[in-house]
Design a protein around this ligand. Sequence first.
Ligand code: NAD
Length: 548
Amino acid sequence: MTQASIGANFPRGVDLLRNPLLNKGTAFTESERDLLGLRGLLPAPVRTMEQQALRVLANFRSKPDDLEKYLYLIGLQDRNETLFYRFLVDNLEEAMPIVYTPTVGKGCQFFGRVFRRPRGLYISADDKGKVRDLLRNWGHKEVSVILPTDGERILGLGDLGASGMGIPIGKLALYTACAGIHPGKCMPVMIDVGTENEDFLNDPLYLGLKRHRLRGQDYDDLIEEFMSACKEIYPNALIQFEDFANQNAFRLLEQYRHDHCTFNDDIQGTGAVALAGLLSSVRVTGRKITEERVLFLGAGEAATGIGEMIAATMVREGMTESDARLRCWFVDSKGLVVSSRTDLTHHKKPWAHEAPFVKTLAEAIEVIRPTTLIGASGMPATFTPEILQAMARLNDRPVIFALSNPTSKAECTAEAAYVHTEGRALFASGSPFPSVHYQGKTFVPGQGNNVYIFPGVGLGAIATRSKEITDGMFLTAAQTLASMVTPEELATGNLYPSLKRIREVSGRIAVEVAKEAFREGYAQVPEQTDVVALVESLRYEPDYAKYA
Ligand code: NAD
């Protein structure tokens, strides 16, 4: 417990109980109750945080469904953030699918209906010219992470407009729980530029601008105003772009990645986490990463982001870039991405290789003969039994990743992947699947969740005040993650470390990313010999401060 200094402006009485960052509820001690004007405002017995956490766990588990659990935790976060984070850190495996994917998706879909209390910063298309003032209204002097979305491509759920605010809130909760970024230094941002979601446009309870999306120069001007305001007011903050549709995501990443400390988690975070899964798989198969032939279903942000990371790793292993790119093939909604196609958008062109065009995934498998099949299409059940059997026919140990979220959108289930490959598949998914018992063996499918990557990368960048976030940092993060999977985990088929170790994993990644920032010359703090101490000094532990 730390001793907090209490100045003249420190809130007292009801104001203190309503401040989620400072509130301790029934854990305020007798002397704190006297000092801070709390007498009579709380039940008499003083409780410990452990006793409070037990009550939270019992309440959480008593809720009839996941959406109710989500609402309960959001309510707790709004009342008492320290207790919320204590609970989250201590019950991460159980609570993560609630505060983040898949349940957060439901929370977003129902955002307008379940809204209780605002959290984060809302910037709308009508705020053009005033964005700096809005950022100044935030109230917290120090900001380490700013996480904006415009809600156009929420998880695999499409355009949820302003209802997408649940994503930055949930993701930043994971920043705090996994990396230990102080919750008061995290800023979720909704850039509300309208929506194309007709249900929301007609919904009286929708809490966003009821108009079609701002596009073109007006949109770019608003984003530019936001980015330059962030740089001016919070020059040390990392900006993580989240759930922008791909026509904006790739463009904005290219535009800002060298001028700001910024990255796009859907492209680069996904790339790194899937690469880590592949690096773990070669520890099992004994193949070299440069021997992999990867076929993707989908050619959007996730798939091409993964392709970039895999190709960059092959280049690190000595391949030329063009040879490395030739190891990655993509099937989009029209068919195999090949050079004869004239309908390819900018981000697909580096992957358009010389080959005959085929329309279906099944045909593409026969042409490419992949060792690894990665689904990031948002199209459920597209890895049919026949597709999985073909992968098993071509490979002794096929690698199958069904990354589409939420669970209902996965290209196949874990069970299907194991059953249709006679238990030989090395499988990972985007949303969690339970263990599978097949032919006397228990398989533990790993979750290629970006949460393994972004908190650590972010913490490493913040610790060094890195000018940029480079691909080299993501490669380092992926290698570090893969190296932390134990032989016991690999033996059960799990390509990722247990989520129980996520704080340790995030800390280790942060240290390696910080070292990379020093190596690459992007760090803006003096080079330190003890990088572990540098990173650890920034980590928040959810314990109550002592006020008296
Ligand atoms: P996106 O919209 O950028 O890309 C989707 C791609 O799928 C497009 O290229 C589209 O052409 C293609 N596609 C659509 N229908 C298809 C079909 N029938 N056959 C083949 N291709 C088809 O979206 P994204 O950001 O790349 O996300 C895709 C999926 O990946 C989502 O479900 C998302 O939840 C998931 N994802 C998972 C993780 C993770 O597991 N860590 C991370 C990010 C995204």
